[in-house]
Design a binder for this molecule. Structure first.
Ligand code: UD1
Length: 430
């Protein structure tokens, strides 16, 4: 991660205009991991310039891949070229993997390519236990054996990968992806029931099918993977980032709008858009553009996070900021990650009235927030604190911007483009 910086927000500006949404972080990281399953050059378009992508590039380079980037011909994204012809190892180093939990998505692809993998236990945001039991047990069903030693996961498939039927206890995004990727080259048909249904799973399946895999049903709870002998490199354009889009839509809802989020399929955000409408926003959708504006009061809301198509946990913090300025009491229930209310105490320092009881937050709307120095402690909570600063009276300083850089390309530049009073400054010396 880069040296810590602070975002200074001067609140109270009206926001309106267009914002181009980048490719989905949670898709592209898996596409990058999947590229190691083929030998040769894969090309991925609409890649965001964010630090999690940089970490995954380093993971791929550590395996012996050649990685380069260039700006996309159209749109504001980037193109990534990954050449995996000369991979030299199936070991992923601790210093990289420990920075980012999504590195665990290299596990299934390495097993598919080498029949074995040695991957450090992942780190990432501090938002809960995030255990790997479902990744491990579902890969075991394919014939993989596991050992844990010295902070590493050692995986081997001594007799190759054989098809299986897996009923997931919970529709884990990462476990569904790891199993789906490894099963592409298993012997026979693999059936996954209770699979995660996030749009990024369907994007990964499209990518795998472009590599010559035969995956059906991705995006539904039942996925069937017909194993093939081998995969080849492909070219793919990443879907838009629904969480980045949702974040800018909340910014528009807080600060008036109209804000037009471009490059995002409105179907990916059906429930958040319904909630914005319930909260008093006007929403218009058109192909890959979503427009939000608000003229009247913010109405309170009840929402609970759930696996897709339920309300995304990655937008919970941003909606909590909006509900903190509502005319009445809101209840937000977090069902996906246990520690995801950490940022709420920082929001309280800006005048929000939030009571936490286990995985419920009771938010009593206040008539204004006040700018304050606050600290980001995870990616989405950090972005939510910047949103709070946009709506607050006076100056806010959000420190530890490196969390926000994990998932938002040029967050400050895009907000400024909408009229926000935001700048990035070096963190003061201790
Ligand atoms: C992905 C997303 C993350 C998003 C989350 C839920 C990426 C890089 N990250 O994370 O932004 O918030 O989906 O939409 O795509 N769990 C287990 N055992 C397991 C796996 C998960 O208990 O083996 C638990 C986790 O601790 C968590 C819950 O299941 O409480 C959801 O995890 P999962 O769906 O796997 O999310 P991630 O893939 O980690």
């Amino acid at each position: 991660m880069e040296t810590s910086e602070t975002i200074v927000v001067n609140g109270g500006h009206h926001l309106e205009g267009d914002v181009q949404i980048a490719g989905a972080k949670n898709s592209v990281l898996k596409l990058m991991a999947a590229s190691v399953m083929a030998s040769g050059q894969t090309c991925i378009h609409n890649v965001p310039d964010i630090s999690d992508v940089s970490v995954m590039q380093e993971v791929l380079k550590a395996l012996g891949a050649q990685v380069s980037t260039e700006d996309d011909q159209d749109g504001g994204g980037h193109t990534l070229y990954i050449d995996t012809a000369d991979l030299t190892t199936y070991v992923t180093p601790y210093d990289l993997v420990a920075q980012m939990r999504a590195s665990i998505s290299i596990l299934g692809p390495l097993i598919a390519r080498f029949g074995r993998a040695r991957v450090a236990m992942p780190g990432g945001c501090r938002i809960g236990a995030r255990s790997l039991d479902l990744h491990i047990s579902s890969l075991e069903s394919l014939g993989v054996t596991f050992d844990m030693d010295h902070g590493y996961i050692q995986a081997e498939a001594p007799d190759g990968l054989s098809s299986c039927e897996v009923l997931l206890d919970y529709p884990s995004v990462g476990a569904t992806e790891n199993l789906m990727m490894a099963a592409t080259v298993a012997d026979g048909d693999t059936h996954i029931s209770n699979a995660a249904r996030e749009p990024e799973i369907a994007d990964l399946a499209d990518f795998l099918n472009g590599m010559g895999a035969d995956v059906e049903g991705a995006g539904s709870p039942n996925i069937v993977i017909h194993g093939v002998k081998e995969l080849h490199p492909t070219e793919h354009t990443t879907v838009g980032d629904r969480i980045e889009a949702g974040t800018f839509l909340v910014a528009g809802a807080l600060c008036g709008g109209p804000v037009h989020a471009r490059g995002i399929d409105p179907d990916f955000l059906a429930l958040p858009l319904k909630k914005l409408a319930q909260m008093g926003c006007d929403i218009e959708t058109n192909d890959d553009v979503i427009t939000v504006s608000r003229n009247g009061d913010i109405e309170p809301v009840d929402l609970q996070t759930l696996p897709h198509p339920g309300f995304p946990t990655d937008l919970q913090a941003q909606f909590m900021v909006l509900s903190s300025l509502a005319q009445g009491n809101s209840i937000v229930t977090e069902n996906v990650f246990e520690n995801r209310f950490m940022f709420a105490s920082e929001l309280g320092r800006m005048g929000a009235d939030i009571r936490i009881d286990a995985h419920h937050a009771l938010i009593s709307g206040v008539d204004h927030l006040e700018g304050a120095p606050v600290e980001a402690s995870d990616l989405r909570g950090g972005a939510a604190l910047v949103l709070a600063g946009l709506a607050a009276e006076g100056e806010s300083r959000v420190s530890h911007v490196e969390y926000i850089d994990r998932g938002y390309e040029d967050f400050v530049g895009k907000l400024r483009g909408l009229g926000a009073g935001v700048t990035r400054v070096p963190a003061p010396a201790d």
